[in-house]
Design a protein around this ligand. Structure first.
Ligand code: PLP
Length: 477
């Protein structure tokens, strides 16, 4: 049932509205409450205060139905790398829709070919690209590829490699396999039983767990834990290790130098495939085109989504090195091919948009810009450390985290109500920031700053000032 209100009722309710074709003003807020199930939030408060209804955006700014403009410090969901309102992305989608709106990748099409080629060119190695529609799906694809690869290359008599190792705090998606790899208790609660065979080890989280050791000793202890987990489980039962180079949603956790190199070395020695989840890290976010390039370590399989199209189209990719693909290659009639398909994975429109999105990133040097603006913003945020509730300011490029604590000695995570009040303070100043909600029980205390890569210095100043005021207000509220 569509509820229609007249102008007077609408102005009294102060809610989102739109003119329908017949001139009747529709009450979008009521329709929203009636029909739309929103992600990650409790809905009861919506009866009094409907969620903000966004209507347009440009650059880093998003405008709601009341005409209020917000600075988007989270790039939507960490995805709008090139910023909003890119006309050329709309045009390329429009033209591609008219030309060839759809064609499955059981056959081929030019934008798909060109984007796949571009991705391997950017990665700098030979490989094959399998397209899907979301980060979760890209990771599911990686898991299936890894298991099938081992099944087809295992020496006669070897056990089956089916297990995957990921790190606590890491998020790898929402579908059952990707959720099983996700090592965040609150995201998994009530959805079990999950997929068997997913194991977790400690993240490289120096701020909390280095116990004052030098970096090299802490790194060695993490690698020892990983190695012993593999040993206790039996290396020949483990198909892959999946890691984000920089943990994003789990609290912006940057590994120490030597860590990813060590993981690579363990994988090489044990025959385990190394999977990098670059769903957030990829496409300039961390100040390099890909996050792993900070440490010069290559994966066997890599997954992309979000920044691949800057959120303008649903598209993701799983890229394998050529030696992985070789295990799938045979004559028709055999069964070693990858028996996996995604109807909307790699559509002509999605891939055309992805290709143009990368063109924009390159043309406008957005990777260098992310590095430069990230450094600038991190510098601006450093004074926050003088506040008793700010334990750590960290990150790479334009993927930044601020860890809030009750006090700097105990490092007890700041209580949820205070973190919520801080985020609310920023919204009141028309600045949207993120935080790690529903991740680790009692540890929802990391603010996440992840603006579009086109952020300007004045915008970075505004973001930093707002955060400074919001943090200062913690002691006065
Ligand atoms: C690191 C990481 N991997 C995978 C995903 C899942 O991506 P999607 O929501 O597109 O399925 C996300 C989503 O936030 C993510 O942050």
């Amino acid at each position: 049932m569509i509820v229609r209100l007249d102008e007077k009722q609408l102005s009294q309710k102060n809610i989102a509205s739109t003119d329908s074709e017949d001139g009747v003003v529709e009450d979008l807020a009521t329709m929203d409450t009636q029909s739309l199930w929103h992600a990650m939030v409790q809905h009861k408060p919506f009866a009094q205060q409907p969620p903000k209804c966004m209507v347009k955006a440009s650059g880093c700014m998003v405008t709601d139905s009341q005409g209020v403009e917000y600075f988007d410090g989270v790039s939507g969901l960490w995805c709008v790398n090139v910023g909003y309102g890119r006309q050329e992305l709309a045009e390329v989608a429009y033209e591609q829709m008219l030309n060839l709106a759809y064609s499955p990748l059981t056959m081929s099409h030019e934008p798909g070919i060109r984007l796949a080629h571009k991705l391997t060119e950017l990665l700098g190695y030979e490989g094959k690209v399998f397209f899907s529609t979301s980060g979760s799906e890209a990771n599911e694809t990686a898991f299936k590829i890894a298991r099938q690869y081992h099944a087809q290359t295992a020496p006669v008599g070897a056990g089956s490699r089916y297990k995957f190792i990921s790190r606590y705090r890491g998020y790898h998606g929402t579908t059952m396999g990707a959720l099983s790899a996700t090592a965040q208790a609150e995201r998994k609660s009530k959805y079990g039983p999950l997929v068997p065979g997913f194991l977790h080890v400690s993240p490289p989280y120096a701020y909390r767990f280095d116990d004052g050791q030098p970096e090299a000793a802490y790194t060695a202890s993490l690698l020892r834990e990983l190695e012993m987990t593999i040993c206790y489980e039996g290396a020949d039962s483990i198909a892959g290790i999946i890691v984000e180079p920089v943990i994003s949603g789990g609290g912006v956790i940057v590994p120490p130098d030597g860590y990813l190199q060590g993981v690579r070395e363990i994988c090489d020695r044990t025959g385990i495939l190394l999977i990098f989840d670059e769903v957030v890290n990829g496409f300039g976010r961390t100040g390099k085109m890909f996050g792993h390039q900070h440490w010069g370590v290559e994966p066997d399989i890599i997954t992309f989504a979000k920044g691949l199209t800057s959120g303008y189209m649903p598209l993701s990719a799983t890229v394998v090195k050529q030696h992985i693909f070789a295990a799938f290659l045979d004559e028709p009639g055999t069964d070693s091919h990858f028996r996996h398909i995604s109807t909307y994975g790699g559509t002509p429109v999605g891939t055309a948009v992805g290709l143009r999105n990368i063109e924009i990133i390159e043309r406008e040097n957005l990777v260098d810009r992310a590095a430069e603006m990230g450094e600038y913003l991190q510098g601006k945020l450093q004074p926050l450390l003088d506040h008793p509730n700010v334990g750590d300011v960290r990150g790479k490029g334009l993927l930044l985290g601020i860890e809030l604590v009750e006090d700097k000695v105990s490092k007890t995570p700041l209580n949820d109500a205070a973190v919520v009040s801080l985020v609310k303070h920023c919204i009141e100043q028309q600045v949207m920031i993120g935080r790690n909600t529903n991740t680790i029980p009692g540890f929802t205390n990391v603010l996440i700053i992840c603006p579009p890569l086109v952020i300007t210095r004045p915008e970075a100043d505004r973001l930093a000032n707002t955060l400074y005021q919001a943090v200062s207000a913690l002691t006065t509220r």
